[in-house]
Design a protein around this ligand. Structure first.
Ligand code: UD1
Ligand code: MG
Length: 411
């Protein structure tokens, strides 16, 4: 299919050009909107890890997301033109797929923006991403509807089949992927650069995975689709990162976190590689599991869990803490605390307050956990340390996907 390949080059080439322009425009518009956010609209957050109180325009993610949407919208007629040129039957299903993806990502952005404006409750953050991913599940259904999972080869002889069909469970799983992705980035947040940094590393890893798969596989539509959704995301994110990295001139807000998460979930689901996507999100999966006791309020969860800036002392970030009265703590919470301590994953200290016994633990986020191992760090160092781990995990994910998978599966 040489003809097909030329078409692919045209599609990706046009997308690259659009992406580069989008990156420049994002930077330009952010600079233009900084004074509007600050003085005209009073949209700003307080940078909590700095010695003096500073108002930082927030949510600047909406500018990057806006430019992203414009470039994807302009990309539709480009694709349309290239499709018509080939002279073969018009690929309605592919157009539907693109439109469903745009719908999900757009509602993700909207949810994030509303969260920035109104501070939503947890139940909204769970229900709305689920609804947002419904269009994706429908399209997934018409695009082949493969709900089977390949079993590891040693397992196959036991069970007697090589695939197991998960049926409706698979759709529930994909809905969960949508909810997970939307929230996963947002709960590793609060220090300059870390939200966009995650988006960039995971996005670039998935894009690289797509490029590898385009070369390896014959049917490359799913992966070129994902690549074309990701490239303008990467360029606009990069522009945003340059302004959000320490010392931050803008904050990205929940708008960015939900947009990035929803986009990654969308390409993972529609591109049929949601399990590989989760491999690239190992720090996020870990952080989510580690956070569960606080997310489900087994132990108290303060409004902000970001590390604590030591303004009077060494100007570094320290672990932030949650305190609770031991006698009023459930036995489930005590069990989880014991397990975490057993693995060395928790700072724990008991103390006396008003005649009763209290305990303090570090807030259960991966950022605080890093600080537990390294000791206090400067803000930019903690960001580098976390992104270093994220990149290392991506490296391991590639190793898993392309090397260890051969040991387990006949792929
Ligand atoms: C999530 C986290 C919360 C964390 C917060 C930080 C959970 C369940 N929620 O809440 O623990 O404290 O993100 O973003 O894990 N900020 C900075 N420096 C930065 C970025 C943000 O100081 O580099 C502060 C600013 O005050 C900013 C605020 O964080 O206004 C944004 O917090 P928001 O996104 O509203 O918090 P959540 O997403 O609800
Ligand atoms: Mg947030």
């Amino acid at each position: 299919s040489k003809h097909n390949n030329e078409n692919l080059l045209g599609v990706v080439g046009a997308n690259v050009i659009l992406s580069i322009i989008a990156g420049y425009l994002t930077r330009h518009f952010i600079q233009e909107f900084i004074p509007i956010f600050l003085s005209t609209k009073h949209l700003f957050g307080n940078d909590q890890c700095k010695p003096e109180k500073r108002n930082i325009p927030e949510p600047m993610g909406i500018i990057a997301a806006g430019v992203y949407l414009i470039s994807i919208f302009l990309f539709i007629p480009v694709l349309f033109f290239l499709w018509i040129q080939t002279g073969s039957e018009f690929p309605n299903l592919r157009l539907n797929m693109l439109l469903a993806a745009i719908l999900s990502v757009t509602t993700g952005i909207l949810l994030g923006f509303v969260d920035d404006m109104l501070d939503l409750r947890w139940r909204h953050k769970l229900i709305f991403p689920m609804l947002s991913s419904l269009p994706l599940l429908m399209i997934y259904y018409i695009c082949g509807n493969s709900t089977s999972m390949l079993l590891p080869k040693y397992f196959q002889s036991f069970v007697g089949t090589s695939y197991i069909n998960l049926g409706p469970l698979f759709y529930i799983y994909m809905g969960m992927v949508g909810i997970f992705c939307t929230n996963a980035i947002n709960i590793i947040a609060g220090i300059n650069g870390v939200e966009v940094g995650q988006g960039l590393v995971i996005g670039a890893s998935v894009a690289l995975f797509n490029i590898i798969q385009i070369y390896r596989l014959d049917d490359d539509w799913y992966h070129s689709f994902s690549l074309c959704m990701l490239l303008p995301f990467l360029s606009t994110s990069f522009a945003l990162y340059s302004m959000n990295v320490y010392p931050a001139k803008v904050f990205v807000g929940d708008t960015y976190c939900y947009w990035a998460g929803m986009l990654l979930g969308t390409v993972g689901i529609l591109g049929h590689f949601s399990k590989t996507l989760l491999l690239f999100c190992i720090p996020q999966v870990f952080n989510f599991l580690y956070s569960i006791p606080q997310l489900f309020h087994f132990v108290p969860c303060p409004r902000h869990r970001l590390p604590k800036f030591d303004a009077k002392g060494d100007q570094k970030l320290h672990m932030s803490m949650a305190e609770f009265e031991i006698s009023k703590t459930s036995s489930l919470a005590k069990l989880i605390i014991t397990i975490f301590r057993l693995f060395g994953l928790l700072h724990y200290r008991e103390f006396e307050k008003d005649g009763s016994k209290w305990a303090e633990i570090n807030n259960l986020t991966i950022l605080n956990l890093i600080l537990k191992f390294t000791g206090p760090l400067y803000e930019y160092r903690l960001n580098q340390a976390f992104l270093g781990i994220q990149i290392f995990c991506s490296f391991c994910a590639f190793l898993c996907r392309f090397y260890f998978a051969y040991l387990l599966y006949d792929v």
